[in-house]
Design a protein around this ligand. Sequence first.
Ligand code: NDP
Ligand code: MG
Length: 397
Amino acid sequence: IQRQSICILGATGSIGTNTLDVIRRHPERYHVFALTANQNIDLLFKQCLEFEPEYAVLTSEEHAELLQAKFNAENISTKLLIGIEELAWVASHKDVDTVMAAIVGAAGLIPTLAAVKASKKVLLANKEALVMSGAIFMQAVSESGATLLPIDSEHNAIFQCLPEHFVSQGIQSCGIHSIVLTGSGGPFLKKPLAEFPMISPDEACAHPNWSMGRKISVDSATMMNKGLELIEACWLFDVQPEQVEVILHPQSIIHSMVRYQDGSVLAQMGNPDMRTPIAHAMAFPERISAGVEPLDFMQISQLTFEQPSYERYPCLKLAKEAMTEGGNTPARLNAANEVAVAAFLDEKINFDQIASVIQQTLTETEYAGVVDLKSVLAADRVAREHAQQIVEALSTD
Ligand code: NDP
Ligand code: MG
């Protein structure tokens, strides 16, 4: 087999480290070409020692000198690049076959789009990039002929449940009835609503089934994550929001399902471990081991399902409405959510205020159609600034 050359955007995060764990098991298949991080120089340094990539990119300039000194001291041949512009450069480098897009939030949009435009095999974990730029992103995929494979476990599951000709012939030819997106409901599925204002960042980040970065953990607790995933599913699979049903499945064993018109429902199952979708997308259409325990049905006493309540999860409703409204609304929703979640993690606002910051931002900033990347970035900036003002007003109350 030809070794695939990989660039990992966001190598030091939860998805990044899981990706390196899969690579570590298959050195004959994968070569690490570039690793990027924002500020975690200790981990980036360790990863460079182990995987010897051609390039490492650090976007925050603060500790760059220290990291370069460590590279020099260890005689590491990896070339260190500093600054945000370098992300797109490594992601579109001619020697790269595959790009793992695993930066969190809007910061991942430009390098991920660069990888798409350079016709790479793009493994998409960074859902915010697609949520923000939807039509533009998908148009870039079809124009460049890039291969886009979903890492998000739900979308990876849906992809696995669709027939092979879905990619070339489109969803209409597949006889699909609807998509069923499952979500655990996060840590507060049973918590009395009256206690929501007192939820602490650490409580919100303690997910019952998945270990993830802090931003997506909070998104899972508010179910904004499922809302962003609904938008992600609409773009990836070319379906309308009404064709995506969100259901709660607290055990996180069924990762999502596809309903067909003949009454069949296909589900993808597995232990909740991101190495499964990562290994699936990396090796696609082949299968490789991922270090994940096989699913033991005797250990699972039951699989249960319930309807999510919008009273408990207002963010889910906001996201669905944003997708229905279209234009720049998903980009504004995403920007307001990023600001609100950061403010919550900073203990500036309460957990239940995350949804109100987003809602207020959406009402008070302007709807516009999205014609190009510039309009996406403008909507992101305006909503971000506006949400920040709302947060400041709330935190001085
Ligand atoms: P983490 O917070 O664990 O990691 C984020 C990565 O992005 C780190 O490498 C971080 O660097 C880097 N980064 C953060 N901010 C910037 C920035 N401004 N510019 C450049 N790089 C930056 O996140 P996760 O791994 O949990 O999530 C990554 C993406 O994958 C998200 O979009 C998330 O929604 C998605 N996802 C994650 C899942 C999971 O299980 N974790 C599941 C499904 C999707 P540093 O370490 O230096 O800060
Ligand atoms: Mg997911």
